[in-house]
Design a protein around this ligand. Sequence first.
Ligand code: NDP
Length: 453
Amino acid sequence: MPEYVAALMADVKAKNPSEPEFHQAVQEVVDSLSIVLDRHPEYRHAKVLERIIEPERVIMFRVPWMDDHGNIQVNRGFRIQMNSAIGPYKGGLRFHPSVTLGILKFLAFEQVLKNSLTTLPMGGGKGGSDFDPKGKSDNEVMRFCQSFMSELFRHIGPDTDVPAGDIGVGGREIGYLFGQYKRLRNEFTGVFTGKGLNWGGSLIRPEATGYGAVYFAAEMLSTKGQTLEGKKCLVSGSGNVAQYTVEKINQLGGKALTLSDSNGYIYDEEGISKDKLAFMMELKNVRRGRIKEYSDKYKSAAYTPIDPKIDHNPLWDHKADCAFPSATQNEINGKDAQNLLKNKVYAVAEGANMPTTLDGVKVFLDAGILYGPGKAANAGGVATSGLEMSQNSMRLPWTRNEVDDRLHLIMKNIHKTCVDMANRFGTPGNYVNGANIGGFLKVADSMMDQGLV
Ligand code: NDP
């Protein structure tokens, strides 16, 4: 089996050069699956894994738009339609200058397994652009979104591919994208999730990823007879996922100590209370300011700017019980993981996608702490998107409690799947193996059923 894995990875690297994040995501999954492929040679004969790592379709397009000064700008747009074995392609759009084909392929690949874990009928996809919404006026963002959708609209649809938000794509962007889709198609359908409540959105969708990550952490803690009550928590990011992670930590009696953006982080020794969180949400979602302003306003908080010269992130070097990385990929390296252990952190639930490097993952697994990888811990967002699709199909909205209860149940079920799969394949407590195997089996069996397509 090691030869099979090595040959597969060599092929992935040769075929997809300059895509290190994609290699990393595949490596982690292939390592988990080697025992499955050993026990089930039929998957190997059918080349199921080789097929899963090859996108069904990649769409790449020009996005020209005009800025407020009348200058023409050109960005690049993408949609990766990765796998449709169990449902229409589903996954967010990311607008960030770091976006490349390789980053979106890693996200789309993870999304396939994550969506399978939710138990809902959703395939996997991802898309976005190297456009940077930061510092742009609302009109510039609207013109960009309209140009982006003028190409994307012909490739998506409620039964084909249903995008949502991700980094840099929140309620404002989804509104502009949906508006242009509706105009071009002349139809009102649930082609997006994360929509506004007045036009087909679901209650709890904005909260879902953060709430879900905390529900997942609570489930992991419960296996040790513990709860979040009184737990000190480190949270990174200050966007959608981080905000509702802090809200749910507070609701369950924990204490969130940190938040960050791409310039630096704050450490508030008194905890980020409900009022402080409300200030931060206004700062980030309305004024679109920087996290440093939090420490200007609250004297209990210290601000540390990013120092590109150091080899670790000091946010992860504080005494705590739990960590919720909720910003971006590879924000916890091997040294950060060591620092977390040194500071007595014993539960990590990933709100972000692949926030821990392979070195960091190894540190957590070797230490045997409660480590919930992103494709399980942050699946609450896409699961609630699935619930939004159901409500759109029925043309009936559910109440806040109804959606939250379903989200909570889905997170419990995902946790149970991870635990059961890890046990079944001989690695109890290993949520990485549990999530990868649980996600893979359903997609693999569906692909076998559907023949060579
Ligand atoms: P937002 O755009 O709302 O927030 C992202 C946050 O992360 C911001 O604070 C941003 O800071 C910071 N950040 C982004 N890129 C970098 C970077 N390269 N270096 C340092 N900080 C960075 O995005 P979300 O909260 O929606 O997404 C956060 C993570 O969660 C992503 O990994 C995403 O893929 C994942 N995720 C999101 C889901 C969702 O439903 N939204 C679902 C599942 C996973 P700044 O403002 O300075 O850029």
